[in-house]
Design a protein around this ligand. Structure first.
Ligand code: PLP
Length: 345
């Protein structure tokens, strides 16, 4: 069956005709030499948005996380993050391989931990223990179900970081979803972080890349790691232009994806055999459970109707995005209801 409604990820968007036209006409140069005008423009836009001195354009979000940690730690240092965090589960153990830093996982609520949990996790200055260097926050939480870190919580944790001389990192793959949903200017988040990035290739609908921002001093070190890891490119303005277009056209519309996710969540909550608390669906991720170990069966049945969801840690995940219309979501709602009746009751 052809996939009709792809809810696997917000990475499944295709560049629109207008975005492609804009990309085709982009001015380009040698990015590795810092001479690509489109890349430079994108980086200025992103740095300004996040209230940072500078930004660099990278091929992926994973590289943004790994470069940040490589700059901020040395072998054997420790990074505090939630136990559901992306670097623990989906980065092929890059942290162990590249920085050699270790991880202190915290048991947060939907990926969100407290300042008190951080205080308790910070190591004493003792030669038996690793040395805590970084606190990493995932905005929005991915495996946590698209939850938003409130600005007040971030501020509390940033105060702990300052007190203990720790760096603050935001894995902001979907930070703009949070900014739009919570009506927070990204620079308000930015003020609390030493390194902060977002993906252009998720809800924003661009085909490639992320932008990582920080102080001039941080970015200077990050450039070494970008080159070292093979992240420096040539006429990358072609793809960076997709990012510029996305920032100019696709940010405020994220609200629509959030409404669609809410519709899915409310439908799912109403079905016998499916479980979700729709009040926890704050952005574009809908993470739900299926009773009696029937998650695989339910996903397979949906796929027969052209609806694709992903499997995550025993649950199912549906993610809304730019390429899904209200009509697509209505189609998914109808078939989730039908399928639940067919296979779960
Ligand atoms: C997708 C994602 C990443 C990695 O980004 P890529 O662009 O896919 O490399 C990192 N962190 C989180 C929370 C993500 O959702």
């Amino acid at each position: 069956m052809k996939i009709k409604v792809d809810l696997v990820s917000d990475t499944s968007t295709r560049p629109s005709a207008d975005m492609r036209r804009f990309m085709a006409e982009a001015e380009v140069g040698d990015e590795q030499l810092g001479e690509d005008p489109s890349v430079n423009r994108l980086c200025r836009m992103a740095a300004e948005m996040m209230g940072q001195d500078e930004a660099i354009y990278l091929p992926s979000g994973l590289m943004a996380n790994q470069i940040s940690f490589a700059v901020q730690t040395k072998q054997g240092d420790e990074i505090i993050m939630d136990q559901t965090a992306h670097p623990i589960h989906y980065e092929s153990a890059a942290l162990a391989v590249i920085s050699g830093a270790s991880i202190r996982p915290l048991a947060g609520d939907g990926g969100i931990f407290t300042a008190e949990q951080v205080e308790n996790a910070i190591r004493d200055n003792d030669y038996h223990s690793p040395q805590t260097k970084v606190i990493s926050i995932e905005q929005t939480t991915n495996l946590g179900g698209g939850r938003i870190w409130p600005l007040a919580r971030i501020k509390e944790i940033a105060e702990v970081a300052v007190e203990h001389k720790l760096k603050m990192h935001m894995d902001g793959a979907r930070m703009l979803n949070a900014a739009v949903a919570a009506e927070v200017n990204p620079a308000e988040y930015g003020q609390y972080f030493d390194s902060i990035w977002f993906d252009l290739s998720k809800g924003l609908g661009a085909p490639v890349g992320s932008v990582l921002a920080g102080s001039t001093e941080f970015i200077e070190k990050a450039r070494f790691w970008k080159q070292r890891l093979g992240g420096a490119m040539r006429q990358a303005g072609i793809i960076a232009a997709g990012g510029i277009f996305a920032l100019e056209h696709n940010v405020s519309r994220l609200e629509e994806d959030h409404k669609h996710a809410k519709m899915l969540a409310e439908t799912i909550a109403d079905q016998k055999g499916l479980e979700i608390d729709p009040t926890t669906v704050e952005t574009n991720i809908v993470l739900f459970s299926v009773q009696d170990n029937k998650a695989d069966l339910f996903a397979d049945e949906l796929l027969k109707k052209g609806i694709r969801v992903s499997r995550m840690e025993g649950k199912l995940r549906a993610v809304t995005h730019l390429d899904l219309s209200l009509e697509d979501i209505r189609y998914a709602v109808k078939h989730i209801e039908e399928t639940a009746k067919e296979v779960l009751s």
